[in-house]
Every structure is written in structure tokens, then in C-alpha cells.
Design a protein. Structure first.
Length: 441
């Protein structure tokens, strides 16, 4: 299952020498340590769900804000240490980390004020959500700067540490040592649901599949399928299918599926078949929640004439769509996932209307391009992880997501920003007389 880092770099140089040269140039401009990369990656994966698991927050927003703040502080401290040690003489600040939060908040506010004229609007919730939104964007750019500057060997090491850390988390679940198991029977500490664990593990599994040698890719795909069946995780099974498509191991995936059918793992098969039945006649809560998300999206588009409900306004007054009634019947009168829609496209489209739909189309185009590069192995291995994160986020977008302020969205922002240009808004350069010269550009 393992790959050789040096061989990866050589292969990448043969396939795309300009990409490797560009990556080396980026590393020379500003260096990061393997420890920094590991800390930033693990914080983004494990910290967002922790306050929710401990009962300190009803969602991942608090943990995501904390993870973003830590990423910003760590990146800033790393630059300061290198500056003190004389390793860097120039301070180039890209335009995007400065301008993006301001522009994004302005656009969200303008859209929300117009949406408020169309229906009931919770200004308090809207205003409070702007704070984690700024941290999400800022933390994403901090993570992106680390991913962009890290060397291929550092990325390889960080993903191994992340993988074995998540395997340790899984081991705690299997031996029954995770806390508050009675409150979260389907949890994988610190994730309140196993599907959230699968979303955190997904990009790492994709990276391991992509960067492994030929035989190793098949083994990683099979391991992903085995883990999905063992955990009864439909989310992880979809990740395994994506890994099979990317690594050209689709036949292996189909073969394993056929073997499972022949062996007759009736419990697991019944479980997955129930989830796959997306209709109002289904008795499976997961399937009904997924259908509810699509119905809420259609209802919001109709209600607001495709403008959208506004930022963080989805489901505040409940919903009367057909699937919601079935969910209340199955769950004993309890409404499920009305605030997040069950997957991110439902929330994005419901709250931002046609603009959210266009953003989803742009995401699909970018994700398909990333899949093509990964399949063709047309990438620098230092940038393989951002590609895998972007592709992995398609599961959050269209299958199982819990809103904007999650570990997956934070890593997605980081992956997207890692492809940004090196040149920025201004540059601070130390002069001989000790003053600092600021050059706007």
C-alpha cells in the first residue's frame, strides 16, 4: 500500500517538469515544517466536531472557528520565527486572504437584506453566522498557504500521520472506549456520527490510493470497501467508489460487490439497500433526509423566485415538504436535518438560490478537472492532496453534508486557495537602514 516518495517526485518530474519546478520555486519562497503541516491538518480534521461532541455547541461552528484561529496563529508564528532567524527577508501578503473575507461578507449581507424582504428573516442568526464565516475563509487561506509551500515528502508524511490518527480514533470505537457513547450511539469520537468520520477520512484515503504504486492502489480500494462494510457507512462506500474511479480500479470495486452479493451478508446488504431507496415510501431515515433536502431546495426556489432564503435561514420555520412528514412519522414526531438539508447543495441552493446553483456548477467543473488530473496522474505529488480534498468534497456537496462550518468545508477552502497565485496585494521588504518598505501591487 505504501509508495516511495522519491519515486513519486521522479515520476512527477517526468510527467510534468514545469509543475515540479513551480512547486520548488514556491518552497524556496517560504518554507513550512512537517510539524506545522501535521498540526494544521489534524486540527482541521479533529477539532471542529469536538465541542459539539462534548455538548459545548449545537454544531461544528465553534470547533471550526477554533481550528481556523489556530491555523492562522500557527502560520503567522511560523513566518515570524523564520523572519527572526533570517530565513525570509520579504513578506508577501496575497490579495485574496485580505480581500476575500471582506468581499464575501459584503455579498452575503447584500443578498440577505434582499432575501429579508421576501419572507421571515432571523437577523440575529444571520449576523452571528458572519463571524465563523470570516474565520472559515481566513483559516482556509492559512491552510492553503501551508499546503502550497509544503514539499511532496512533507505532504506524504502528514497524510500518513493523519491516516494512523484516524485509525486510532476508529480503534477506540471498535473497543468501546469512546466517551458519551450512550448519547451518540452512532458516533466515532470526536465525530457525533460515523458519516462525519468518513468525510474526514475520505480525502486521506483518496490520497493514499492515488499516490500508491500500481498494486497498492487496488489494495487501498479494497481496504476502503472493507472499512465501509465494517462500519456500515454508505458515505465511506461512496468514497471507495470514487477512489476506484480515480485509480481506474472500477472493475475491482464491482468484483468485490459481486462477491458480497454471493456471500450473502444479509444484514449489511439490507442496510445499504434501504438507504438506496430514495422515495417517500422508504422507512429509512437517511434516505428520507436526503429526499427532504431536494424537496426543501425546490420549495425555497419557488418561494423566493430563485433568489434564496438568505445565509443561515434554511429550515428556521420548519418545512412542510412531503418527506418531512414521513421523517416525523418514522422518528416519532422529531424533525431531522431541516437546518442543513442533509447535504451541502440543498443548503447552498436553498439559501442562495440561483447563485448557489451556479456555485455548485462551478464546483462540479473544478471537481471533474481534478478527477481528470488524478486519473491521468498529471500533477505534482505535492499538490495531489488538494486535488483529493476537492474531489472528496463532492460527497459533502451532493451526498452527506452538515452545513458550511465543518471540517470538510475548512479543508476545501484550504485546498482551493492552495492553487492561488504567489503574487499578492503588497510586499513588505526590509531595507538596509532598518526601515520597512511597503510596495503595493
Amino acid at each position: 500500500m505504501t509508495g516511495v516518495i522519491g519515486a513519486h517526485t521522479v515520476d512527477a518530474a517526468r510527467q510534468n517538469p514545469n509543475a515540479v519546478a513551480g512547486h520548488v520555486a514556491q518552497v524556496n519562497a517560504y518554507s513550512v515544517t512537517t510539524g506545522l503541516l501535521c498540526c494544521v491538518l489534524l486540527c482541521a480534521q479533529l477539532l471542529p466536531p469536538l465541542p459539539q461532541y462534548l455538548g459545548l455547541s449545537p454544531s461544528m461552528a465553534l470547533g471550526m472557528t477554533m481550528a481556523s484561529g489556530i491555523a492562522i496563529l500557527l502560520v503567522g508564528a511560523n513566518w515570524a520565527i523564520q523572519k527572526i532567524n533570517g530565513r525570509v527577508t520579504n513578506w508577501s501578503i496575497p490579495a485574496a486572504p485580505l480581500a476575500a473575507p471582506v468581499v464575501l461578507v459584503c455579498l452575503v449581507v447584500i443578498h440577505g437584506l434582499i432575501a429579508a424582504q421576501m419572507h421571515e428573516f432571523d437577523y440575529a442568526r444571520f449576523s452571528a453566522a458572519l463571524i465563523p464565516l470570516v474565520f472559515l475563509v481566513g483559516g482556509g487561506f492559512a491552510i492553503g498557504s501551508v499546503l502550497r509551500q509544503a514539499r511532496p515528502g512533507q505532504v506524504m508524511m502528514a497524510t500518513w500521520i493523519s491516516f494512523w490518527t484516524l485509525m486510532g480514533v476508529l480503534a477506540l470505537k471498535l473497543v468501546g472506549l469512546q466517551p458519551r457513547i450512550a448519547e451518540f450511539p452512532k458516533s466515532t469520537f470526536p465525530f457525533t456520527e460515523t458519516s462525519h468520520f468518513a468525510l474526514a477520512l475520505g480525502p486521506i484515503l483518496l490520497y493514499r490510493c492515488v499516490t500508491a504504486k500500481s498494486k497498492g492502489r487496488t489494495q487501498w480500494v479494497l481496504l476502503s470497501i472493507a472499512m465501509a462494510l465494517a462500519l456500515k457507512s454508505g458515505t465511506l462506500l461512496i468514497v471507495a467508489f470514487i477512489a476506484a474511479v480515480i485509480t481506474r480500479r472500477t472493475l475491482s470495486f464491482i468484483a468485490v460487490g459481486a462477491v458480497v452479493l454471493l456471500v450473502g451478508l444479509t444484514v449489511e446488504l439490507k442496510y445499504f439497500v434501504q438507504r438506496a431507496e430514495i422515495s417517500n415510501n422508504s422507512s429509512n431515515l437517511t434516505a428520507l433526509v436526503y429526499l427532504e433536502g431536494w424537496e426543501m431546495f425546490g420549495s425555497a426556489m419557488e418561494e423566493t423566485r430563485s433568489w434564496g432564503l438568505g445565509f443561515e435561514q434554511m429550515g428556521l420555520d420548519g418545512t412542510n415538504v412531503a418527506a418531512a412528514a414521513e421523517i416525523r412519522r418514522v422518528s416519532g414526531g422529531v424533525s431531522e436535518n431541516v437546518l442543513d438539508g442533509g447535504f451541502d447543495f440543498a443548503k447552498l441552493g436553498s439559501e442562495f438560490g440561483i447563485f448557489g446553483a451556479l456555485l455548485a456548477v462551478a464546483f462540479c467543473i473544478g471537481s471533474l478537472r481534478a478527477v481528470r488530473r488524478l486519473r491521468m496522474r498529471d500533477f505534482d505529488f505535492g499538490l495531489a492532496l488538494p486535488y483529493c480534498i476537492i474531489v472528496g468534497y463532492s460527497v459533502d456537496m451532493f451526498v452527506r453534508g452538515t452545513g458550511y462550518f465543518t471540517q470538510s468545508t475548512l479543508l476545501f477552502w484550504g485546498a482551493v486557495s492552495s492553487f492561488g497565485p504567489l503574487r499578492g496585494l503588497f510586499r513588505c521588504k526590509g531595507r538596509v537602514d532598518g526601515d520597512v518598505e511597503v510596495c503595493l501591487r
